[in-house]
Design a protein. Structure first.
Length: 367
């Protein structure tokens, strides 16, 4: 049985040549991994992308240690073989029509279903799984968690550029992956049985071939029995990664200890918040779907911190509040990319996305 609040994390990385352009090295990496770590990595849609998958952890600190190890493992292989690891929610200059697909049944299905638009998915994210041992709570907690999807994205934007263009967005990954179906914030689900019925109907009508092809921003994971947060751009900073993992774990616990299940929010407010999170700064106005009050994104983030603070303290993760405050003051990784580009252009930006990746992180378990 899955314990409550366990953690598993997936990270997606760019594989780059020495100047920072995408390089088709996924097959090479897979063939040269240590045998004891083969199940900790997987392919993604294109051959210039690689994914790490942690084991299941009881606390954020241990999970971060494994993430650091997994990053280091492939970085060492890359260095020895004249290529590099880069981290960004999108590659800033890569052309979608120049990418090569991974050849396997799963990705062949995606390519067949989405045709031209499958090629547009040069995107890189972090997915965080939080375990719950009650199937019905997977749905009832997810319903309430939807309120916090926009502020989580706002703190983690890291993809302002796409195909050589400054998109004007902070998370262009949100838009590019949004070309795929079933990638939105989910609607209210009545029960786990209702969720299963959606999956079964989708399979029956050949909308999907398996449950994992429901790619919502947050989803009850049908196979793992976790809540999977899929909204955030991947982060170069392990400090920011710590923040994301700690926040989502604490939000799940806060809902449960407060019996705060099954909020049925105005869906238009949710989607407006997501749009603002991906494109605007922290002073933008949004509508909190909980009480329909107009607040700035910064105020919405502060509401999220207040909601989760007790659980952050419970797990020993209150120090991430400092990270949140620092991002609000100094900007996200997307803002850092824009600063580098404005000063130096794409050539140095591509190198920055490789050289600024964190591989080690000393975690502070206090405020």
């Amino acid at each position: 049985m899955i314990s409550n609040y366990t953690i598993g994390v997936e990270e997606e990385y760019m594989l780059c040549d020495n100047v920072g352009d995408l390089a088709n090295k996924a097959n090479f990496l897979m063939k040269n991994l240590p045998k004891n770590l083969l199940d900790r990595y997987s392919y993604e849609l294109i051959l210039s992308e690689f994914e790490s998958n942690t084991s299941v952890h009881d606390n954020v600190s241990d999970c971060l240690s494994e993430i650091s190890m997994l990053r280091n493992t492939i970085n060492k292989i890359a260095k020895k073989n004249n290529f590099k690891i880069g981290i960004s929610g999108t590659h800033p200059t890569a052309r979608t029509d120049e990418q090569e697909f991974v050849i396997n049944d799963s990705y062949n299905w995606v390519s067949d279903q989405l045709k031209y638009y499958a090629t547009k998915n040069i995107t890189f994210s972090i997915h965080v799984h939080i375990g719950l041992n009650d199937k019905d709570k997977l749905v009832s907690v997810t319903n309430t968690l939807r309120r916090w999807i926009p502020p989580l994205l706002a703190l983690s934007t890291n993809s302002p550029f796409f195909e050589g263009q400054n998109t004007g967005m902070l998370s262009s990954r949100t838009f590019q992956f949004g070309l795929f179906p079933r990638t939105e914030i989910p609607s209210f689900l009545n029960s786990y049985k209702d969720y299963e019925e959606i999956i079964n109907k989708y399979i029956e009508t050949k909308t999907i071939s398996k449950p994992r092809q429901i790619w919502w921003k947050i989803r009850p994971h049908y196979d793992y029995k976790t809540i999977e947060f899929r909204v955030c751009d991947v982060q170069r900073s392990l400090q920011n990664t710590d923040m994301i993992i700690s926040l989502v774990q604490s939000l799940v616990r806060s809902i449960i200890i407060n019996n705060d299940y099954n909020h049925d929010y105005c869906y238009e407010y949710l989607t407006d918040g997501l749009w603002k999170a991906s494109s605007k700064n922290f002073s933008c106005k949004i509508i909190d779907p909980y009480d329909a009050k107009l607040v700035t994104m910064e105020e919405m983030i502060n509401r999220m911190i207040a909601y989760s603070k007790n659980s952050l303290e419970y797990f020993g993760n209150s120090h991430v509040i400092n990270t949140v405050q620092n991002i609000i003051k100094n900007g996200t990784e997307a803002n850092n990319q824009i600063k580098v580009y404005d000063k130096h252009g794409f050539k140095k930006l591509k190198k920055y996305l490789m050289t600024s990746v964190d591989y080690e992180y000393k975690r502070r378990n206090y405020v």
